[in-house]
Design a protein around this ligand. Structure first.
Ligand code: ATP
Ligand code: MG
Length: 366
């Protein structure tokens, strides 16, 4: 998948910008605060409708403006499509080839993006909600029905929680619970499949980066699930909800389900969050993302677009080379750096290089 052209209007510190990208490596360099990350962010938002670093969409619109527009020409298996997203202060509009797309879930799987950025370490360190968000974003790029399922789950969960606060009719609770169980069991199956797929690739990748073995992701669910077939999970949940009934009424909240999920990054069976070094944690995140590239290649028959925000300054030479081995594999890559010295000469030779200065871009050599 290649993003051939990107058009930006009133996004962050950009007024208006048009950029033609190379199908290979693109480098954005410039001083701090010039708009390098903003440009990567615009590509991320174009593909995934949300920012990787801000939960508030209004921050994305240029100060003192009321709307922002991003457009991209994406080429997939020699077919071109035109993606467009319009952000207003209170709404978002998505378009494919000038036609409105009403479901985010349909739009989000059109463009596959993997991003590496300095705050990635949060994935290991932060609370489970960050890891659940990661699962949701990544899985919805592969499975277009998944996001719909999550939205449904959140709706039913909210109804159930409201009901638990003021339960009147036991029969009604039972109907909502059955509905929740149906959706929950599907989510468990899909998340487990995704984690298993990552685990198919991650061990050798992590070993390449760190020379450490026995690295796996572990799917940590709020109930012990020993068999991830849907019918089995449904039975298990039915039984657990019965057992939890009094407790749920006491706490007035749903105590089990995928909204409590977590993933552990385990090295030799231990959680890397508690005992891995900072560098090992960074390698772990890198290995997950590199495994995702393999998953997208295998299951979507498509290379994702790679966005690397300032990662080269944080990696030692060996790590840089491991990462470069992956990106040379015909994957369109957009790299930001404050200093071209951080990037190998062999890469610079092949790359299209852009200088970023206060929301303007000049192609080097022009
Ligand atoms: N909504 C907005 N409207 C106008 N300007 C904005 C908006 N949001 C952020 N900015 C400006 O964008 C600039 C930051 O851009 P960006 O994060 O892309 O920098 P960068 O080039 O990646 O820098 P660094 O090398 O420090 O990471 C800041 O000057 C900030 O004030
Ligand atoms: Mg930046």
């Amino acid at each position: 998948m290649i993003l051939e052209e990107m058009k930006i209007k009133n996004f962050r510190n950009y007024d208006s910008l048009e950029i033609n990208l190379s199908p290979g490596i693109n480098i954005l360099y410039g001083n701090n605060g010039q708009g390098k990350t903003n440009l990567l962010e615009s590509i991320y938002v174009l593909g995934l409708t949300k920012s990787h670093r801000s939960f508030i969409d209004n921050n994305l619109i240029k100060k003192n403006e009321v709307m922002s527009k991003l457009e991209g020409k994406v080429k997939k298996n020699s077919l071109s499509s035109h993606l467009e997203i319009i952000l207003n202060k209170s709404s978002k509009k998505l378009k494919l080839d000038c036609k409105d797309i009403h479901k985010v879930s349909e739009y989000i799987s059109l463009m596959n993006i993997i991003i590496f950025y300095p705050e990635d370490l949060e994935l290991v360190k932060a609370s489970p909600v960050v890891r659940r968000r990661f699962l949701n974003v990544e899985i919805s790029q592969i499975d277009s029905g998944y996001l719909e399922l999550i939205n449904q789950y959140n709706k039913v969960l909210k109804i159930r929680n409201t009901y638990l606060k003021d339960p009147k009719n036991k029969e009604y609770l039972s109907i909502i619970t059955d509905h929740l169980i149906e959706i929950a069991s599907s989510i468990y199956v899909i998340r487990k499949k995704f984690i298993d797929r990552i685990n198919e690739y991650i061990e050798p990748i992590f070993f390449n980066l760190s020379t450490l073995s026995n690295f796996q992701l572990f799917y940590k669910t709020s109930i012990v699930i020993d068999d991830f077939r849907k019918e089995h999970i449904k039975e298990l949940l039915e039984q657990k909800f019965l057992e939890m009934y009094d407790q749920e009424l006491k706490y007035k909240i749903t105590l089990i389900g995928p909204h409590k999920d977590d993933i552990e990054f385990q090295m030799n069976g231990e959680n890397i969050k508690n005992y891995g070094s900072q560098g090992q944690q960074r390698m772990a995140v890198l290995a997950i993302k590199l495994s995702e590239i393999e998953i997208l290649k295998k299951y979507k028959k498509e290379n994702p677009i790679l966005l690397l925000d300032d990662v080269f300054s944080e990696l030692d030479d060996e790590r840089k080379n491991s990462l470069l081995n992956y990106i040379q594999d015909g994957i369109q890559t957009i790299i930001t750096t404050t200093d071209l010295k951080n990037i190998n000469k062999s890469i610079l030779k092949k790359a299209k290089i852009f200088n970023v200065q206060s929301g303007k871009i000049i192609e080097k050599g022009e």
